[in-house]
Design a protein around this ligand. Structure first.
Ligand SMILES: [Zn+2]
Ligand SMILES: [Zn+2]
Length: 137
């Protein structure tokens, strides 16, 4: 078993595929629930509003966006960009174009959660919502 330092709190923990320790992950889950509840009640909230109201760092909210757990309604936001070409994206790590390019390259589906139809919705500023796959949990 690998022993690592948690990249968040610096404590030593038994590495199990995550870069942060169990305690930090549990804290993340709590924060995610708080954010999710807030967005459920305030579907038009911006990241800065969510961050202010929930007192959770906007960096963490962006982290959830990167993980594809939250989604920004506005594709022209500047908060989240494709890690490959730098284009603004709403959720995950890559834009639609790069995803389809990568799909072509690998000739198999990656990621899964990308819905091209979703990409064309909404112009309001950095609005976020919970992606449907987490609604039933
Ligand atoms: Zn930790
Ligand atoms: Zn891209």
């Amino acid at each position: 078993m690998d022993i690592k330092n948690c990249s968040r709190c610096g404590k030593i923990y038994a590495y199990d595929g995550f870069n942060i320790c169990m305690q930090c992950r549990r804290k993340d889950e709590d924060d995610f629930k708080i954010i999710k509840e807030y967005i459920d009640e305030n579907p038009g909230a911006t990241i800065s509003e969510v961050s202010e109201e929930t007192e959770i760092d906007s960096k963490k909210i962006i982290e959830f966006l990167r993980q594809g757990r939250l989604e920004i309604k506005d594709e022209n936001n500047v908060l989240l960009t494709c890690e490959k070409c730098g284009k603004s994206i709403k959720t995950g790590r890559f834009c639609e174009k790069c995803v389809s390019e990568m799909q072509r390259e690998f000739k198999q589906s990656i990621g899964g959660g990308m819905n091209p139809k979703d990409m064309k919705n909404g112009r309001a500023k950095e609005k976020i919502r919970i992606t449907d796959k987490y609604r039933n949990q």
